[in-house]
Write a protein that binds this ligand. Structure first.
Ligand code: ZN
Ligand code: ZN
Length: 291
């Protein structure tokens, strides 16, 4: 068989011969392709009407042609449009089924491992981005690599250990002390064995209204917080310095008086105690009436 594409010659009548490798194959729907070496059926590409080329109709390249994107310049297919459509549907269905089975596998894995599912779903982790990417890869591939699984288990163990520590600590700090009736103010332990200064504060506005806070009364920034009491009925103080607070709560008046005598300041309003009577009492005259 000749190396020359005759249809190409028709198109480029009078033009020099082009190497067949680069020549374009033009034919119409009724034409039998004489170039073909196998005798299989040929179905024209509908997009380019079998020419294999598209022509730019406007723009800077108007009149120029380019390969048909559908048949990649060949102009024909070995199978009919219908067969190709159904093959495409089948491929998509297979792809969908595969994705669904990976997703089912991932769901089953999470159902079998509720602790991991919870860890992933709640983002209860300092490595939130890590959890998200693991979640994505689980659903993409249906399962994790052994390395990924080991990393997840390590994270969960770490998370649980931290949670246990926190719970143990909270339990240890829960007390039987009720500060509800101890007025807001500055106190020292009445017996005088410690110079610890304690501020008790009942929040009266904002989101923490009703809560009671215990700190050392220092400026904000250098302040040391000891603990707090929930406003819920029956709740008790949760925090540090429990022995000292118990002594203060047992005799708040004397605890504040000691604070006033030692510091020369009123424990309610922090103003200096001026007259000897106030100093001896450990509280200013106005605040003494309110206390
Ligand atoms: Zn085409
Ligand atoms: Zn005062």
């Amino acid at each position: 068989m000749s190396d020359i594409d005759f249809m190409d010659l028709d198109e480029d009548l009078g033009a020099p011969l082009k190497p067949v490798g680069k020549a374009r194959h033009f034919h119409d729907a009724n034409r039998i392709d004489t170039r073909s070496e196998d005798s299989g059926a040929r179905f024209d590409c509908k997009d380019c009407r079998g020419t294999g080329r598209w022509t730019y109709s406007y723009g800077s390249r108007a009149g120029e042609t380019k390969d048909c994107y559908k048949c990649r310049g060949r102009g024909w297919f070995k199978s009919s449009q219908e067969d190709r459509d159904s093959a495409k549907d089948k491929r998509q269905q297979q792809k969908f089924n595969a994705a669904k089975s990976r997703s089912d596998e991932a769901c089953q894995f999470l159902a079998d491992n509720p602790e991991i599912a919870k860890w992933l779903a709640h983002g209860e982790t300092t490595a939130f981005g890590f959890a998200m990417s693991l979640h994505a890869s689980l659903f993409k591939y249906g399962s994790w690599t052994p390395g990924q699984l080991a990393a997840v288990e390590k994270c969960i163990a770490k998370f649980n250990a931290a949670k246990d520590r926190k719970q143990t600590q909270q339990k240890a700090e829960q007390s039987d002390i009720d500060l509800t009736d101890v007025p807001s103010g500055l106190y020292m332990v009445p017996d005088g064995e410690t110079n610890l200064r304690v501020r008790i504060r009942h929040a009266t506005r904002g989101a923490w209204t009703g809560w009671t806070f215990v700190d050392d009364g220092a400026e904000y920034g250098s302040r040391r917080n000891y603990g707090r009491q929930d406003p819920a009925s029956g709740a008790t103080y949760n925090g540090k310095i429990q022995d000292q607070l118990r002594a203060i709560a047992n005799n708040p008046k004397e605890a504040m008086a000691r604070y006033g005598r030692e510091t020369g300041q009123c424990g309610v309003c922090s103003r200096p105690l001026e007259d000897p009577e106030s100093v001896a009492r450990g509280i200013g005259p106005v605040c003494a009436k309110k206390f």
